[in-house]
Design a protein around this ligand. Structure first.
Ligand SMILES: [Zn+2]
Length: 116
């Protein structure tokens, strides 16, 4: 099909003006090729999560910011997660002992956390 199509294309006439090329990205004609604009076609524009500005700021305490970040992503080594990784430990809450020690329990549902 390509071969058939190419046989229908009119060859440039060297007696006319010299050839030129134009980079077109997203409908815009560019003077030169732009990798940034080309890659921008494939990037999905997403806003950074709103909570990140409250964690990662200039004067943040790195340790606290890192723990908050892990907490938000549910990556803290809670007992329930450690047990899920195969550790032979008790998965109940270290504070109340009544529920599984998960992020949500520690930070949301535990009675002291809920009061705070
Ligand atoms: Zn508890």
């Amino acid at each position: 099909m390509l071969h058939i199509h190419l046989t229908t294309v009119t060859l440039p006439d060297p007696s006319h003006d010299s050839d030129s090329y134009v980079w077109t990205i997203g409908g815009d004609e560019l003077q030169s090729f732009s990798t940034k604009k080309y890659m921008g076609l494939f990037k999905t524009k997403t806003d950074p999560a709103k909570w990140t500005e409250h964690v990662w700021f200039k004067d943040a305490t790195p340790r606290r910011a890192f723990i908050f970040w892990l907490k938000h992503l549910d990556r803290l080594p809670t007992r329930a997660r450690l047990q899920g990784w195969g550790l032979q430990i008790e998965a109940s809450c270290c504070l109340c002992g009544l529920f599984l020690e998960t992020r949500d329990h520690l930070f949301l549902h535990y009675e002291v956390s809920a009061d705070i």
